[in-house]
Design a protein around this ligand. Structure first.
Ligand code: MG
Length: 377
């Protein structure tokens, strides 16, 4: 080893993007930032360009600041560029789909933090990755945990157990959830994440998307993936093998650890900035099933994952728009699940969809949510 990895970070101004750059700062001899891409946070992107001096950059904003040594390319062009070895896809939501596809088509190592791309187009992305010898390495903490548990194992597994913190509303009744505010929903008890993922964690939709993501990453049936609420957020997920043995991965909840593992795999490197578990303060680790009546989004996602076709794309699109509506205080927290259920009920799915059919289903679902929400549901 010892070779410098040429890195592109897409979504560099978001939570995962910023934490990726923290890992790069902590291990500067290992990485060279060649590409950065961001949405609308131009001021932070400018600082990052000044600091890391990438050769390529992309941003969504209208104004175009000039960087003499930095060429402006699209996110897809950066993802597939021959001068880049590893692409970190930290772009949130649907915007991550096309860059992920571009990266796998170009045979890159893809450190994937965006779950929507696999949920929407898992079949296309995994088959393209296989065809072009691209590696998809998970960054999500649960999938990183499963991946770490699978190291050195050759046998098929009998089940995957995804853990969930339960979010800020763990233990709430459906009636109490009717009255929760945006501020309450944004207060996640254990993880530092972006706004969309934080709301998805509060509804448990995040866990549902992770079930579908795990199905594609580890080639295992949705039925063989179980979700358990583990409020301490120390066991990041588990794998049960055919002999009944269970392996778990434990660590302090800090996204920089799974990010670093994906970037340095198969090596594990010391990083003094990563906090360690303080065993003197851990009195119990608890596990219990999720309350599907209070958190119907988890059930909706698992059902969409089992049905497959365009259902997961519709689920993702409806969720993205519904979460936006909640964040702008136009709908109640509990209306997120109601809207998604309604849209899934109206959807006429296509089995084994093409990319254009997936994108058409996504558009349809977005329009439909806005229409229903506008009508007051
Ligand atoms: Mg996660």
């Amino acid at each position: 080893m010892g070779n410098i990895v040429r890195l592109a970070v897409l979504g560099s101004t978001g939570s995962i993007g910023q934490q990726t750059l923290e890992v790069v700062r902590a291990l500067p001899h290992r990485f060279c930032i060649v590409g950065l891409a961001a949405g609308k946070n131009i001021s932070l992107l400018s600082q990052q360009i000044d600091e890391f001096k990438p050769r390529f950059a992309y941003y969504q904003g209208k104004k175009s600041p000039a960087y003499p040594d930095c060429q402006l390319l699209s996110a897809e062009e950066i993802a597939g560029h021959p001068e880049i070895d590893t692409v970190v896809i930290a772009t949130p939501g649907r915007a991550g789909l096309m860059p992920t596809l571009a990266a796998v088509k170009a045979g890159k190592t893809v450190a994937l933090a965006n779950k929507e791309s696999l949920v929407m187009a898992g079949e296309i992305i995994t088959s393209q990755a296989k065809k072009n010898k691209a590696r998809i390495l998970p960054v999500d903490s649960e999938h990183s945990a499963i991946w770490q548990c699978l190291q050195g194992e050759k046998e098929k597994v009998s089940q995957l157990i995804l853990t969930a913190s339960g979010g800020p509303f763990y233990g709430y009744s459906p009636a109490r959830l009717e009255k929760v505010s945006v501020q309450q929903a944004l207060k996640h008890p254990s993880w530092r994440m972006g706004r969309k993922v934080t709301i998805d964690s509060a509804t448990l939709m995040n866990k549902g998307l992770e079930v579908i993501e795990a199905h594609w990453l580890f080639n295992i049936a949705v039925d063989s993936i179980r979700v358990l609420i583990h409020p301490q957020s120390i066991v990041h997920s588990m794998v049960e093998f055919t002999d009944g043995s269970v392996k778990a991965q434990l660590s302090y909840p800090d996204m920089r650890l799974p990010i670093q593992y994906a970037l340095t795999y198969p090596e594990r490197l010391p990083n003094l900035q990563l906090p360690r578990l303080d065993w003197g303060n851990i009195s119990q680790l608890t596990f219990e099933p999720a309350d599907l009546d209070a958190f119907p989004c988890l059930k909706l996602a698992i059902e969409a994952g089992k049905k497959g076709g365009t259902y997961p794309a519709v689920l993702c699109a409806a969720d993205e728009v519904a979460v936006d509506l909640f964040l702008s205080q136009r709908i109640k927290f509990t209306a997120i699940a109601c809207l998604i259920e309604e849209i899934l009920g109206h959807h006429q799915a296509t089995a084994q969809p093409s990319l254009s059919q997936i994108i058409a289903a996504d558009h349809w679902a977005r329009q439909k949510v806005l229409k229903l929400a506008g009508a007051g549901l």
